[in-house]
Design a protein around this ligand. Structure first.
Ligand SMILES: *Cc1c(COP(=O)(O)O)cnc(C)c1O
Length: 483
């Protein structure tokens, strides 16, 4: 204890702080180590919810008590994506090293907007590693973002400025001589429409191209759309290919789309939030052949690298275009030849100035595991997708609803049959019961107009027996509901 007048947020007693920190580590190890034995998800009881209505704390509470409250209530009701039987929507399962790294990153405290720091060097190194994974040249640029939505937004902003034909930064979108048109399949992620709206182009600037029976972009339809738009006075600007769609995991034909982009003079962007990292998978990498030729790629380390949230990444082949889209320094942000403000500012490659040290969780887990292990885990999930598909196909009361391209399986319980509305109600109820029992978390979707359950196995903890359990439970609940 010292008796200075000034206050600080530092602990009064570092020895006591160490004890609490050890208690937190003990809890964390037990919590993660025991995840398989807990329900995937649980509804919060009313008394837990009531705790969140308590007012702003005016005075202090010992950290031990604050931590125990957190551990006893809110940490018991998570989303569940760290659980081996979480397959909802599309997320990574996190990893322990990444969690330790997030703690260390906060202790380091660096702001990654720029600066001559080791943290900034790690950020550049991780972006360099991601470029290497994608087969991008050293001369390309990149930036770590909060996630894939922001990574796509960064890339589409560069594409807009590159294809505008005017200085959009100075003159704005109202100066565009022709309206720009972007193309993506009807299976593309909703973040693209949000990005294009935010870029001031209007959602009409995104033209959705029909998909075939495999949910891949129909290339003849793409070419026809480009020709029709040119004739109607649009300026075709960019094709957004999806490497792994969110609905079904379908992979657009990257090589063919690249050829169309080169012939037509369009920007070739790949939304690889799901599938880009397949490029490091020894058995399946050919599925994303051609991604290395993209003008820009969005990928998501918080999906198949299992970085704890958040971590996305935008890569751009033409560093100057990327830099020129975002560089701007206030009077208070002058670069200097030496000292802390020397070297390139990372903030010159995106919208955000203050940036967290999210590179460290990727850096530490890549070093610890090696990239080959991550590649094998991707193959493992794809093999599990194929295995689950076989279980479904072999079961007469289940129906596969889309071809399984990678690790996303769309199916439904059909039982004795029924119309689409009845089957939707039945399958929704099956899903809700699985979630409420804490057995498993699938989500649902609608593919080409038909509702189904959706299992996205982006999870390094999932085992074959978990998938077998899922099928057994779907059949059991389905039969019970049908009776
Ligand atoms: C997840 C996903 C996104 C959005 O990424 P976030 O990290 O959730 O912001 C974009 N596109 C595809 C194909 C995705 O699967």
């Amino acid at each position: 204890m010292d008796n200075r007048q000034e206050e600080t947020l530092d602990p009064d007693d570092w020895a006591e702080a160490r004890t609490v920190a050890h208690e937190i580590v003990e809890f964390a190890v037990g919590h993660l180590g025991g995840v398989r034995d807990r329900p995937v998800w649980q509804e919060m009881p009313p008394e837990v919810r009531a705790a969140f209505d308590r007012p702003l704390p005016e005075g202090p509470t010992p950290l031990t008590d604050v931590f125990r409250e957190a551990a006893g209530t809110l940490l018991r009701y998570p989303m569940g994506n760290i659980h081996p039987r979480f397959w909802g929507w599309y997320m990574g399962a996190g990893n322990f090293t990444g969690a330790l790294a997030d703690f260390l990153a906060a202790i380091d405290g660096s702001n990654l907007g720029g600066g001559n720091t080791a943290a900034a060097a790690v950020d550049r190194q991780v972006v360099g590693w991601l470029k290497a994974m994608m087969g991008f040249p050293d001369s390309a640029s990149g930036t770590l973002t909060s996630g894939g939505s922001m990574a796509n937004m960064v890339a589409l902003t560069v594409a807009r400025n590159a294809m505008a034909g005017v200085d959009v930064r100075r003159d704005g979108v109202t100066s565009l001589p022709q309206p720009l048109r972007f193309y993506a399949s009807d299976q593309a992620h909703s973040c693209h429409q949000k990005a294009i709206e935010t870029l001031g182009l209007g959602s009409r600037a995104l033209r959705l191209v029909a998909t075939d029976g495999d949910f891949r972009m129909n290339l003849a339809a793409l070419e026809a759309a480009i020709a029709e738009d040119r004739a109607a006075g649009w300026r075709p600007a960019c094709v957004i290919a999806t490497a792994g769609t969110t609905n079904t995991g379908a992979l657009d034909d990257l090589r063919a789309i690249e050829a169309i982009c080169r012939r037509e003079g369009l920007w070739f962007h790949v939304d690889g939030c799901i599938g880009a990292l397949i490029r490091i998978a020894p058995r399946n990498h050919a599925l994303v052949d051609g991604i290395e030729a993209a003008d820009s790629i969005a990928l998501d380390p918080h999906k198949w690298l299992h970085a704890p949230f958040e971590a996305g990444c935008a890569l751009v082949r033409d560093r100057d275009r990327h830099f020129n889209t975002f560089t701007l320094h206030g009077d208070y942000l002058e670069e200097k030849p030496r000292g802390l403000a020397s070297g390139e500012f990372l903030a010159d490659y995106g919208f955000e100035l203050s940036r967290g040290f999210k590179a460290l969780k990727i850096w530490m887990s890549l070093k610890e595991q090696g990239v080959e292990k991550f590649g094998r885990l991707i193959d493992q999930n794809i093999a599990q997708g194929a295995y689950l598909t076989r279980l479904i196909v072999a079961e007469p009361s289940l129906e596969l609803m889309a071809p399984t391209a990678i690790n996303i399986v769309c199916f439904r319980y059909r039982g004795a049959g029924g119309d689409e509305a009845q089957l939707k109600a039945l399958n929704t109820e099956i899903m809700l019961r699985l979630q409420e029992a804490g057995t498993a978390v699938p989500s649902d979707t609608t593919v080409h107009g038909r509702h189904c359950l959706r299992v996205a196995i982006n999870n390094h903890r999932t085992r074959t027996e978990d998938l077998e359990l899922l099928v057994r439970e779907v059949l059991r609940i389905g039969a019970e509901l049908a009776a």
